[in-house]
Design a protein around this ligand. Sequence first.
Ligand code: A2P
Length: 339
Amino acid sequence: MLKRKDAYTVAVVGATGAVGQEIIEILEERNFPAASVRLFASERSEGKRVEFMGKTLKVEVLRPDVFEGIDMALFSAGGVRSREFAPAAVRAGCIVIDNSSVWRMDPEVPLVVPEVNPGDLKKHRGIIANPNCSTIQMVLILKPIHDAARIRRVVVTTFQSVSGTGMRAMEELLQQSVNVLNMKEVSRAVYPHQIAFNVLPHIDAFTETGDTMEETKLVNETRKILGDEALRVTATTVRVPVFRGHSESLNIETEKALSPEECRALLAGSPGVVVFDVPEKNVYPVPLEVAGKDDVYVGRVRRDPSIPNGLNLWVVGDNLRKGAALNAVQIAETLIDGA
Ligand code: A2P
């Protein structure tokens, strides 16, 4: 459990990555009560300098014995590092907030979106999992609808940006785009197909059912966070040539009737959600506008006339902020509030 202090020693593991850099910015932006911040990455980054609150911090090499004296560690260095180093951190008395998928479905590990299930944090035993980026923005929308009208089934299709894959994928999209526009040959290393000017119905590995791991995560994590194992969810996850911001088309069937007007009013009163929905004025969320924002934006709220109680919605969130770094920092803040 976290001891009450005026300020905490915080570690960012994977500090040079797309999410790690965002965590550092958000800690500074939100004036996080940090007595000191330690940054860890691989040997490749040893000694790199990062500005934080007027100080220059140096990136250190991640090793199992670095966690002594660290109160909280925000991990975003990939599943392999989480599996290897999180237990050592916990043994040293550090609370781990982990952005990888390795601990998310462990029954002893809370999977938390602070606006949705903050109470689950109480059950932690050292590791708290940050959900998948697409799950976070979806459950922020589903929770108030589920509470008000009981969701029977969700059909979700995602349109996910390349920053979700990491820095190398952002470089690949940029390089491929430049090469296409200059009529040069395009090479690829991160994705199995060219991502520039293309759409790939493939995120993470395929499973034996024909679904991808990303699709399976969306289903299982949503049920765990909403505490409803019976909830029917089906997903198709798609990578699109967008740098930042994930979009989702949601089709929701509820037990109780909920009109689009009632749904908009419900969502407008929900924390972390902005209703952005005036189609006749071309007002609906798009990733270019939502990138950099903390809230999740929802628009195109309308009835699905093909079923008795159906709604269609369009949801956009910044996958590096609320989908990853911001949610992790909010988990840390919620722990501090409860300490
Ligand atoms: P490094 O920059 O030193 O490779 P992204 O998801 O954007 O690709 O970022 C991955 C993050 O994980 C980076 O900060 C990266 O550090 C870090 N990382 C990768 N491999 C290791 C490792 N073996 N030990 C520690 N950090 C690692």
